[in-house]
Design a protein around this ligand. Sequence first.
Ligand code: IVH
Length: 713
Amino acid sequence: MRKKEKTKLFEDLEALRREVVRHRELYDNKSKPEITDAEYDALKLRVDELETLLGAEDELFNVSNIVGSAPGRGFKKVRHSTPMLSLDNAFNDDEVERFYERLKRFLTVEGDIDLAVEPKIDGLSLAVTYRRGELVQAVTRGNGRVGEDVTRNVVFVRGVPAELHGSDLPEILEVRGEVYLTKEDFLILNEKMIRQKKKPFANPRNAASGSLRQKDASITRGRNLGFFAYTVGFSSQPLSDRHSTSMEIVRSLGIETTPEFCLCSNVQGALDAYHRIETIRSSLPYDIDGVVYKVDRLDWQDRLGQAAKAPRWAIAHKFAAERAQTILLAIEIQIGRTGKLTPVARLEPVGVGGVTVTNATLHNADEIGRLKVRPGDRVLIQRAGDVIPQILENLTPDEPRLPYVFPRYCPIEFGGCGSAVEREPGEVDFRCTGGLICPAQRVERLRHFVSRNALDIEGLGLKQIQSFFKDRLIDSPAHIFTLTEQKLLTRKKKGDVWARNLINAIAARKGPPLDRFLFALGIRHIGEVTARDIARHYHSWAGFRAVVDELLVHRKARRPELESALEQQRLEDHDKIKRRLGLELAGIIGVGGVGPEVAGAIADFFEEPHNLKVLTDLFEAGVSPQDVEYAPVQSEVSGKIVVFSGSLERLSRDEAKAQAEKLGARVSTDVSKKTDILIAGPGAGSKLKKAEDFGIRIIDEKQWQNIVARAEA
Ligand code: IVH
């Protein structure tokens, strides 16, 4: 490229960068976007291309990776190249053996599978990216999809070199690993915090997280954090076809990798390694809470893929929980967003495995009955990793004390409303019947609405919601969007910067992606995964709403039939109709994974006038869910319903199912008129007959493999 041309491109790049910043600002802080999201993305893409072309990826200060940031909100948000997943857990050898059997079945491997075994470091995960060997970005896990850019701070983390060693480096290399603080540094830090009259950290993991996520990088510098890489997130040139060797290469480039790593040729070897690591656990300088087993062959990892939140090719084997004795001081009741009453034990503070425990869950009334615990009793508690501590046993059941009586009314002392508490037949939980008159439920719904995986409004935590609710500033979700700086300041004695930041943070969330919006509504049974499936399926709020209307009409049409069955005491018929209706509703929704219960819950939600009012108010306040564009791998089976039957030779059922889902097909277990394709192996039997009767397309495993190959080509 000639110099003149290059200078011109640099100027273009600068101008484009300024445009990105300006549009980001309009969107985030002024809530007056001038361009669509797609146009914005195209702009960012152009910046990216130019940066790569010119080798101008000065990531410390560039803007091309910004996905959402606002002054005062801390760190720039960055979308991960691929989601940072969590791991499934196993708690004993049997569960690990079952995992191993699952692997073999999935991969249809007869012999043994090499497993990498490494300690599970108890810190926080971080993705670090190198471009031509130079550290350009470090991003925390965040919610798994979007994390925080902590590049400035990571320079002070041991184990993450600013430059890689070696010559034949990939253009881009993203390595993922764990940032940790040693047990010794944790103690030193806490002593210092206490001397300075600051709140000490609960454990090394929290301390590491707090130390890395510092706006002032000089604080991070003084904290002595370390890093161990545990996987390659992305590499523009594959490093190796094995996990073990790619980690060796990563180490040779100068990045620290998990110590105590070993490669085992079968499950017994892996379990032996677990027990060996368990014995040295307490002598290691850092906290580990288990080991991780990983399939070593990377092509097998690819085939195994991932389930909803965790990969199928790895599992964490947790160490046994640690236990301690303490006194149960009181039993308090938490009232959830659906009115569920959860008893919580307040405990005399006690150290368990390096953490001070003050609360334990008691689950429900039955659990209290089973343990026969009363305030004043000495109890045995157990804590395992991230799990909320549990009470295992009452050590003083014979001491004369009155039994604890579970509340019959929604407890006002814990924010409740005094309404009767009921338990539905077959359910373990008691629920407050107060519905929307119950302040605790309303507060919890608001809290859910703004929470991190829902609308994610920064600065609106439980404390603020409670206090705004008490002051009558916020009473329903729409109120959040009608808040003004003035309203905030007349009620709260806080600074204008606080008010401005909060109002900005709220305004920045007026256009939530459809999946977050659906999740935020708090419809029963609609968790994050289902919300995402629905959003991907319908793309827009209008599309989803149209189907909901169909649901409601359908259900209304069935009502007389149900009522008459009830009136005539034909209870079995009633149940049958109800079940059928549920299935029909699920059929109308037509999203894989949405069954009768979920479909019914959606219909319930939209039949409730109050919920409709909440929605109208939200839309009136300017909230507008954004369309979700999602294109699964396009293939000739996208959107089709497929059924596998008979035995498959080269594929396990699980792998076949995962392949079909990846290609956008829905897998059903039974052949019906709606089925599009039957993949039949030897012994397909009655399903094959049914498919022939219905005139459904029937193919064999080989033809299926061809479809997969064509889609991947
Ligand atoms: S592998 C796709 N290996 O544990 C799975 N994770 O509970 C990638 N962790 O989010 C994870 N040590 O932050 C892996 N040796 C190790 C690990 C490890 C700690 C963390 C990691 C992950 C969490 C899951």
